[in-house]
Design a protein around this ligand. Structure first.
Ligand code: C2E
Ligand code: MG
Ligand code: MG
Ligand code: MG
Length: 283
């Protein structure tokens, strides 16, 4: 029976899909060792408040493939999650981000900047995740109050109690939490109130059409109201136009992130921007 199902499943693959699958396998193979070969680096995208002062950044991993050039994390993070490589990559990202927090912490103009790090479900599920974070924090000398983790709704489906316990342990040390891509993950709203979250990030799909689809505008406003009534702040992701900014600011969003303010860029660029707070100069 399993064999029959297997045969049927195989028939679903077109030659084009087989080529894609082979490409994924090759990419996954190349990703193994990418850290050792120095092919990964972090970019940081500014997160600004309503008057466009940079208050934080989101760390976003970049892979410069030796033959294909830059590969999008939207492509290689899912492969890394599937293969388990995300554990090494996630650890490396955390080390880099904490080292950067320490460097920025040593300068008055960047002392208060928060650095958000995306965490995969598989990382969070490791029994010793909290211990790993503690050891990276202590070896880097980073201020835990400047570190923020971005979680997604999908990781809350199973082992919710375990996730909440780890969040509480980390929160007790000063680490903050955001729920990323909010509104896309079919989560039950009932556990929002039990999660020790500081922020909800409105998914960019709602922002994209906020001015053309009334329903998306309504959802964005509802998320702001929900978050505020639960004592959380709201970040709008993927803000690209002045009209979107105006709408979101009038809807009482607390923070904003998107190409309108600045694209993801190098740590050096962020440092230069902080010296002038001239976000207009990024483009
Ligand atoms: P995310 O965490 O939701 O990150 C936001 C994504 O939106 C980033 O894509 C960013 O470059 C992009 N973005 C920013 N502003 C705009 C805008 O105005 N318009 C549009 N259309 N897009 C904008 P990126 O860097 O390609 O990352 C994609 C996803 O890969 C991230 O989505 C996150 O889920 C994942 N990712 C990236 N870095 C890491 C990492 O270090 N660890 C893990 N686990 N996941 C990561
Ligand atoms: Mg994120
Ligand atoms: Mg997001
Ligand atoms: Mg996203």
């Amino acid at each position: 029976e399993a064999k029959a199902a297997g045969r049927n499943a195989l028939r679903l693959f077109s030659p084009q899909m087989q080529t894609q699958a082979a490409a994924s396998v090759a990419l996954e193979r190349d990703l193994r060792g990418a850290i050792a070969r120095n092919e990964l680096h972090l970019h940081y995208q500014p997160i600004v408040d309503a008057d466009r002062t940079m208050t934080g950044v989101e760390a976003l991993v970049r892979w410069n493939h030796p033959r294909h050039g830059p590969v999008s994390p939207a492509e290689f993070i899912p492969l890394a999650e599937k293969s388990g490589l995300i554990l090494q990559i996630g650890q490396w990202v955390m080390e880099q981000a904490c080292e950067q927090i320490r460097l920025w912490g040593a300068r008055p103009e960047s002392r208060r900047l928060t650095v958000s790090v995306n965490i995969s479900a598989r990382q969070m599920r490791q029994p010793d995740f909290v211990g790993q974070v503690i050891s990276v924090l202590s070896s880097s000398g980073a201020n835990p109050f400047r570190l923020r983790f971005e979680l997604t709704e999908s990781m809350l489906f199973s082992d919710t109690e375990d996730v909440i316990e780890k969040m509480n342990d980390l929160k007790a040390m000063g680490v903050g939490f955001s729920l990323d891509d909010f509104g896309t993950g079919y989560s039950s709203l009932s556990y929002l109130k039990r999660l020790p979250l500081d922020q909800l990030k409105i998914d960019q799909s709602f922002i994209r059409e906020a001015l053309t689809h009334t329903s998306d505008a309504t959802i964005a406003k509802a998320i702001v109201g929900l978050a505020h009534s639960l004592g959380m702040l709201v970040v709008a992701e993927g803000v690209e136009t002045e009209a979107q900014h105006t709408f979101l600011a009038q809807s009482h969003c607390d923070s904003f992130q998107g190409y309108l303010y600045a694209p993801p860029c190098s740590a050096e660029r962020i440092t230069a921007l902080l010296n002038t707070q001239g976000l207009d100069q990024v483009h």
